[in-house]
Structure formats: C-alpha cells, structure tokens
Write a protein that binds this ligand. Structure first.
Ligand SMILES: *Cc1c(COP(=O)(O)O)cnc(C)c1O
Length: 493
C-alpha cells in the first residue's frame, strides 16, 4: 500500500506587509482621461479613509504567489479523508456547483419582484417539499442560516405554541451527550436547562427521563442517532413520555446522514427538527459558512413558522406575510439561497434510491472503520454504531498520550484529525465519521495510520507527544492563542 505522505512541501511565507516595498503596484492602468471624482464629495468625508499606514505595496504576481503558497498549508476535503465526527465532511459533487452557478440563480437579487423570481421560488418550494418528505414532517422553513440558528428557530416556535396554549413552561431537558448548541439554544429562548444522564449503553435512561418530565418541561432536545453515534432505540417511547405531559420533542438532525431514506423523525414522534444542509446534503463547509439550518415541523407548529411563507396562487408563487401566529423573520432575505440550490441539486441527482444508498454506505464505512480500529483503541460504548464511531484514549492515556496528541500525529500521516474530546461524556474522546464518500482504500490507509500511531504510543510516546513533525508550524500555545489572540497586524514602532 502506498502511504499517503512522505514529506510535504511547505514553503515559508512572510506577511504581505513584510513583502511590501514602496512604489510597487498590483495593477497598471492607462492614465485617467476624465475628470477625477472626489470621493469625499460622493461618499461623505467621514466615510473616506485618507492614507492607510504601511499598507502593503506588492506586485500582482507576489500577491498571487503569496495566497497560493498559503493555500498549500491547508488541508481540505479535496485532499483526503476529513473524519471530523458530527460534522459530516462528505464530498460535495461538482454538479452542485454547476447548478448553483446557473446565471438565473446566481445573479438573482433576493428582493427582485415576485414576477422575476418565480424560478428561485420554485427552487425553494421544491426543496421544502423534498425535506418534508425525507423527515416525515408537515412543513419546512429554509430561513435559518445554520444548525444552531435552526435550533433557536425551532425552540422559539415551541415556546410560541405553548404560550398560545396558556403556559410557555420553564425547562428544556437536554441529554448529557448533547452538542453544546442545544443547552445554549434553550437558554437563549429563556428556558432553564436540565441535564438527563445517559445510561451505560450511551442512550437516554428511560426511568431518569420519566422522573424529569413534569408540567414544567417545555421540551426535550434530543439528537438521534446521538452524539456517541448510537440510535436511541426507545425513541417512540421517549416521544410518548413527553407528549403525555403536553411537552414537545425537538430533534437535533445534525446526524441525519444515518437516517435519510431509512427512518423518518416525523414517523417516530419528533415535533420539530433542524437539518444541517451543509452536513447531510452536501454543501461545502468547514471554512465558517455559509450553511443552512432548515427546520421541519409537525402540523401543530406550522402556524408559527417564520414569515414570509411561500404561497401558490394559481400557477404563480407569492410571499405570504399575513401570518398572525408567526414568530417573525429570523433572517434577512429567504435563507442562504446558494446553499439551498446545492442541496436541491444533490437530492435530485441522487433520487430516493441514491439517498438511501448513501446512508447505507455511510453506515457501512463507519462500521468497517470501527472494526479495523477496535484492536488498538477502546470503543466508548458497545451498542452498534451508526454513521460514526466514538473511542476513548483509555489505552493510550496509560502512556501519557491523550486524544489531542494522537490527532496531531495523524497530521503527519496526511489526514485531518478526527473530532477531539467531544462528546464530553466520553473521557478523551476520538470521534470518527468517515461518511459514505470514502473508498475502502482511503479507510484502510486511515486505519493503518491509526494502528501505526498506536504502536508508536507503546514504543516511543515522545514521538506522538511532540507531533506534528512535518508541518510548517508544530505545536502552538493553544491557551494563549485562545485567550490572547493577535488578529491584526500593527506597524512596528
Ligand atoms: C454541527 C452540529 C450542530 C450545530 O450546527 P451548526 O450548523 O454548526 O450551527 C448541532 N448539533 C450537532 C449534533 C452538530 O453536529
């Protein structure tokens, strides 16, 4: 087997400020042959910055090389496996990009009149319908910009419904395995958060839940499969316990990559959920956005969906703002439209059978990797894995090597690290999600690298503790970088 990396070429690179020399210029244009405009007059003097001190002066070619060289320091999904658990870093088929760049879609103004926007509105309607079908829910909003924003939108709707019924209630239950955005969301919507302990199989403890669900509880926020990659077997019963007490079930759908085409949250009792289109439905992410946190709701919540809603008038789409119970807008425009186009292209290119196959392949890949890694790493829970598997660093910790060290050593083998130290209920977690994208060869290479690191931990732990060795920058002071970041260059005095 040919290993992924031998030695990577990494060139040193100064800042553009340091490359600068006076008089250099990035462009050459003929002299102006019309009277110059005074920007202070057109923009207002207060909006015009005179001289920018030490602004870099570099040639076009220098700029080009600078950024191209910097780009070689990056790792990307287009270079290899990106096994970040929970993040679902799958391949983004290029056909999505082609469709998103279609002139009529790419150049449409979000506030163009309805008569000029029929095609874009049709795209939104088609995606809403497809996602309602996939989730088994009644209606979908595409306004929220990402998963956390979708959670916020969903819990606002829960609150609005309960208020209408006479009592918004006080608490939201969140399992201890939840993503941090769940409790943060509940707090932002004005609820107290109560933690629900998981049992030894990594699932919600039904008896603990039963005791916790009182008339004070507005909702349970549950992730399924949960963040340890385990399907909540008792999900129907769990939903029943909440409903019996007049509470609702919010499902965090970030892990829908394990369910699409196989199981529908609407069928097992969820009342509202978000989908991360930038995870499950293949739109590029990892650089901080844009994303889309589509929210699907059951019938009882539809009156509360964000305004405006699409409405069909004969064969004409209109935006309906006349929604007295709506929680209002959660975002300008109609969501991150370019992401919506990519997601719809992905869904339509796959079709129902293709989506189901992608899910089955994701499950197969995760379980294949789990089997290859289990001889060297401690699996966190015995329960069957879905689309990701979670290990702990128990065996390596005996040699003083922790999950973060193993992750850094992986970089030397040419892989992006897995998710480190999440979920919090697993001590020293290694959370690995290969997605359906990866070939057997890539998975074998990854498992081989992980086995090799496990041997290094036994024979030469220092090698792992000081990794990475092959990158331009090795260990940085993470605490200092987080507490005291210097993000702006200042001229030296
Ligand atoms: C990614 C993720 C979120 C948050 O979604 P964003 O799109 O990053 O805001 C919430 N819950 C889980 C389980 C996730 O993996």
């Amino acid at each position: 087997m040919i290993r992924k990396v031998s030695k990577h070429i990494v060139q040193n690179e100064p800042l553009l400020f340091e490359l600068s020399s006076p008089g250099k210029c990035g462009y050459q244009l003929p002299a102006l042959d019309v009277p110059p405009v005074d920007p202070a007059k057109t923009l207002g003097a207060e909006n015009v910055r005179p001289e920018i001190e030490d602004f870099p002066e570099v040639s076009e070619f220098e700029v080009l090389r600078h950024f191209t060289r910097l780009s070689t320091w990056n790792y990307a999904i287009d270079l290899g496996l990106y096994p970040l658990g929970s993040c679902t870093m799958k391949y983004n088929p290029r056909v999505n990009e082609v469709v998103a760049r279609t002139e009529g879609l790419a150049w449409a103004h979000p506030y163009a009149p309805e008569v000029l926007s029929q095609g874009c509105m049709e795209v939104i309607a088609a995606l809403e319908q497809a996602l309602a079908e996939i989730t088994g829910m009644d209606a979908v909003t595409l306004q929220p910009a990402a998963g956390a924003h979708g959670e916020f939108t969903g819990v606002l709707m829960i609150r609005a419904l309960l208020e209408q019924r006479g009592n918004p209630r006080k608490k939201v239950l969140v399992p201890d395995s939840a993503h941090g955005t769940n409790p943060a969301t509940a707090r932002m919507v004005g609820y107290a958060v109560e933690n629900i302990k998981s049992n030894e199989r990594g699932m919600i403890d039904i008896d603990v839940l039963k005791r916790a669900v009182t008339e004070d509880v507005a909702a349970l926020m549950i992730t399924n499969p949960n963040t340890v990659g385990v399907f909540e077997e008792n999900i129907r019963e769990i939903c029943g316990i909440l409903h019996e007490k007049g509470a609702l079930v919010y499902m965090d759908g970030a892990n829908m990559n394990a369910l699409v085409g196989i199981s529908r949250p609407g069928d097992f009792g969820a009342d509202v959920m978000h989908l991360n289109l930038h995870k499950t439905f293949s739109t590029p992410h990892g650089g901080g956005g844009p994303g889309s946190g589509a929210v699907a709701v059951a019938k009882a919540l539809t009156p509360f969906l964000p305004s405006p809603r699409l409405k069909r008038n004969g064969d004409f789409w209109t935006w309906n703002y006349d929604l007295p119970d709506s929680i209002g807008r959660v975002r300008a425009y109609y969501g991150n439209f370019g992401v919506l186009v990519r997601a719809l292209a992905y869904i339509m290119a796959h079709g129902a059978n293709g989506l189901r196959q992608a899910t089955l392949d994701a499950l197969l890949n995760a379980n294949y990797l789990r089997a290859l890694l289990e001889p060297n790493y401690q699996i966190a829970y015995d329960a069957p894995s879905m689309h990701e598997c979670v290990f702990s660093d128990d065996r390596q910790a005996k040699k003083g090597v922790r999950t973060g060290d193993i992750a850094k050593r992986l970089i030397d083998y040419g892989f992006h690290p897995y998710t480190v130290s999440f979920p919090l209920i697993v001590r020293g977690a290694l959370m690995i999600e290969p997605t359906e994208t990866e070939s057997k060869r890539e998975l074998d290479l990854f498992a081989d690298a992980m086995a090799s690191i496990a041997r290094e931990v036994e024979n030469d732990p220092e090698l792992v503790l000081k990794a990475p060795h092959s990158t331009r920058t090795s260990r940085v002071d993470e605490v200092k970088a987080a507490r005291n970041p210097i993000v702006r260059w200042q001229p030296r005095s």
